[in-house]
Design a protein. Structure first.
Length: 259
């Protein structure tokens, strides 16, 4: 009898141990706070498709970008010492004036409240620009704006990839084209500090870098071009850059927003 009781206790202990190990896995998969649960809880239905929290965040971020980049661009057009900075400022004013019209229309349809002034960080950037002059102004303008555009570029791409809302998808497409144009114009100034951008990104990275091994000093063989097989009747063409400044900016021609 004592042997049977001992065996029963051992089996009970094993069952309890296995249950304790399995419970965290089961409970984490089903508890609120997981990615799927958060997505479902923060999403509302609209006639253009589900509208998630990240969708709404992008709409607000596009509006905020215009609220500080339009005055920054206008200031550059009025006081920048070089034509390249003035050209970049011109693109900021034109691009964000257009995007602001689009984002206000999207927000009105989706019922999203928009800010009416830049956030504190953006206001601080505008104060830095206003206090600078000469070459210091050029460097601050190019790098503050290039860094901001690079960060929002990644956010736009993520929302464009995941959104289920047709209006947000269209806005993300418009914003993507505009931001890439602005990145290109800011880099054309020659004042962007790419080392600083890379070092800042490295400081926040959590994953180990991956990719091909570092070059060993010998030129690798040139691969064959990637071409379609057979003879497809392809008629489309890549988007053309402006003929007056080939390679200097991105073609942002696109249809008017849907009504």
């Amino acid at each position: 009898m004592r042997r049977l009781n001992g065996t029963t206790l051992i089996l009970a202990a094993l069952v309890a141990t296995l249950g304790a190990l399995a419970f965290p896995i089961w409970s984490y998969a089903d508890r609120s706070g997981t990615g799927q649960a958060n997505l479902d809880a923060a999403t509302v239905a609209t006639q253009w498709g589900p509208l998630s929290a990240s969708d709404r965040d992008l709409v607000v971020r596009v509006r905020l970008a215009g609220l500080w980049e339009i005055p920054a661009g206008q200031q550059a057009m009025e006081r920048a010492p070089t034509q390249a900075i003035r050209d970049a400022g011109d693109h900021l004013v034109v691009g964000h004036t257009d995007l602001d019209q689009r984002v206000r229309a999207v927000a009105a349809k989706l019922g999203i409240a928009l800010p009416s002034q830049p956030n504190p960080q953006q206001q601080g950037w505008l104060r830095q620009l206003s206090a600078a002059s000469g070459k210091d102004y050029e460097r601050k303008f190019a790098n503050l704006l290039r860094d901001a555009h690079g960060k929002v570029f990644a956010a736009i791409a993520q929302v464009r990839h995941t959104t289920r809302n047709a209006l947000v998808r269209e806005l993300a497409t418009d914003a993507n084209q505009t931001v890439l144009d602005h990145i290109t114009m800011l880099e054309n100034t020659g004042d962007v500090d790419f080392d600083a951008i890379a070092n800042e990104a490295a400081g926040t990275a959590t994953a180990s870098p991956s990719g091909p091994p570092a070059p060993d000093g010998q030129a690798p063989p040139v691969p064959a071009p990637a071409l379609p097989t057979g003879s497809p009747d392809a008629t489309s063409r890549p988007s053309a850059a402006p003929t007056d400044e080939p390679g200097r900016s991105i073609d942002t021609a696109r249809p008017a927003p849907t009504s």
